[in-house]
Design a protein around this ligand. Structure first.
Ligand SMILES: Cc1cc2nc3c(=O)[nH]c(=O)nc-3n(C[C@H](O)[C@H](O)[C@H](O)COP(=O)(O)OP(=O)(O)OC[C@H]3O[C@@H](n4cnc5c(N)ncnc54)[C@H](O)[C@@H]3O)c2cc1C
Length: 403
């Protein structure tokens, strides 16, 4: 597949303009905000330190929240065409109890997804620039950003969407919270083994972490593993040996590799999970979105959809603030995000704590496997029509024993 690169200008030419919105980081969060704001007629400068198309370490799995956000931008058909639609996921417990959850999933390498999103932002009217943001500040009611090249750009509102790289927040009175999160790694394999479903394994070889196998287009597979980790600690979990244990003991992974070849080295990255959107007084015209505010889900490590959703919500708040001229309204953004999304993060956090215990994981999976009702509830959690607490709570356990 060839990827059409978006048009990317040099940051040095942008300095004299006062932009309505400066967005730093052109991953799913930054590009989504750029698309919505530019389509609403605002002047948007979108800055990224990388040239597109660029790789991003990821499992490349789009779950329903991401697909819905893509649909709201009019990109769903193209994403399904470029990627590989899959209609169910298999979840394995430590005792290898397999539960199949029907659902709406697409896999698409981030190399292609992020280039498509960046191109859509440019088509909507945003200006995409190559530049590494070094410092962000707020002075005299404007946001300013200095890049490594020395260029400085100015805007009425700033959105920080730099993913797990949160160094820019050091310059602002934005609360960073703890460094709760996870680390994960993946590599690509080409294999003739016929696997047509997503695999998530809470295998005994990976617990308290988990592993995944994501079939992509063209007999390529994304295989990886992740584990909750205090990323502020010096000693990180050894993901390479965790993945080797998985590959050597989990039959599907073993078969895939026996009939295939590795296409890339193992690459890892940190994930920031749990949602922490706080802003302190004085910096209301700069909002964080996506993984920068820890928007990735604990437990599943899925973050593309929530990066886009936090971006949509921020774009809507910025649009109203710019139209009314009342930028102080942006101060309400963290609380509105909390109200809309907090309960989901709490439930996923609970799920992570539960399913990292082998006996509880086996119990939940054996109940879900034996109950059509519970499988539907699980599918509902994935497509966000069912509150995760339906299963991951004391009441949920009681219910699972009953049904
Ligand atoms: C191994 C792994 C597997 C994962 N698997 C999945 C999955 O299958 N599905 C899923 O939904 N989520 C997955 N995630 C999480 C997902 O990758 C993130 O949640 C998602 O990328 C967050 O999007 P974002 O736009 O907030 O940040 P990012 O995608 O990280 O984008 C940030 C952008 O900011 C740019 N940038 C950073 N610093 C600067 C700077 N100083 N100046 C200018 N630009 C800058 C970067 O170049 C980058 O383009 C996975 C994560 C990992 C690590």
């Amino acid at each position: 597949m060839t990827t059409v690169a978006p048009q990317q200008a040099s940051i040095d030419a942008m300095a004299r303009h006062l932009w309505d919105v400066l967005i730093i980081g052109a991953g799913p969060a930054g590009t989504t905000a750029a698309v919505h704001l530019a389509r609403n007629g605002h002047s948007v400068l979108l800055l990224d330190r990388c040239c597109f198309p660029r790789d991003k370490v990821c499992g490349d799995i789009l779950i329903p929240d991401a697909l819905q956000a893509l649909a709201r931008m009019g990109l769903r058909t193209e994403v399904c065409h470029l990627g590989r639609p899959l209609d169910h996921a298999a979840i394995f417990s430590p005792a290898r109890i397999e539960v199949r959850i029907p659902g709406d999933y697409v896999t698409l390498q981030r190399l292609h997804l992020d280039a498509l999103l960046a191109r859509t932002a440019v088509d909507a009217g945003a200006v995409l620039c190559h530049g590494n943001a070094e410092q962000v500040g707020v002075a005299q009611g404007q946001v300013s950003c200095r890049c490594t090249s020395g260029a400085e750009v100015h805007a009425r509102v700033g959105l920080i969407a730099t993913g797990a790289n949160v160094r820019l927040l050091d310059d602002l009175p934005i609360s960073r919270g703890g460094l709760g999160g996870a680390v994960a790694a993946r590599f690509y394999v080409r294999s003739s083994f016929p696997l047509d479903r997503l695999v998530f394994a809470y295998d005994r070889s990976t617990l308290p972490g988990y592993a995944w196998i994501a079939p992509l287009r063209g007999r390529i597979f994304n295989i990886g593993c992740g584990i909750a980790a205090d990323t502020s600690r010096r000693r990180r979990p050894n993901l390479r040996s965790m993945l080797n244990r998985f590959i050597n003991s989990f039959p599907l992974a073993k078969l895939l590799l026996e009939q295939g070849e590795a296409l890339s080295p193992l690459r890892g990255a940190r994930l920031r999970c749990g949602l922490r959107p706080y802003i302190r007084a004085g910096s209301e015209i700069v909002l964080g979105i996506g993984e920068t505010i820890d928007a990735t889900f604990p437990f599943t490590g899925e973050g593309i959809g929530k990066a886009m959703e936090t971006a949509e919500r921020a774009a809507s708040a910025v649009d109203i603030a710019l139209r009314t001229g009342d930028l102080s309204r942006l101060g309400q953004f963290p609380a509105s995000l909390e109200r809309a999304l907090r309960s989901k993060y709490l439930a996923y956090d609970q799920a992570q704590r539960w399913l990292s215990r082998p006996w509880l994981n086996n119990l939940v999976m054996s109940r879900v496997r034996g109950s059509r009702f519970l499988r539907q509830e699980f599918a509902g959690i994935v497509d966000e029509t069912v509150d995760p607490r339906t299963i991951f709570s004391l009441a949920g356990v009681m219910k699972s024993l009953w049904y």
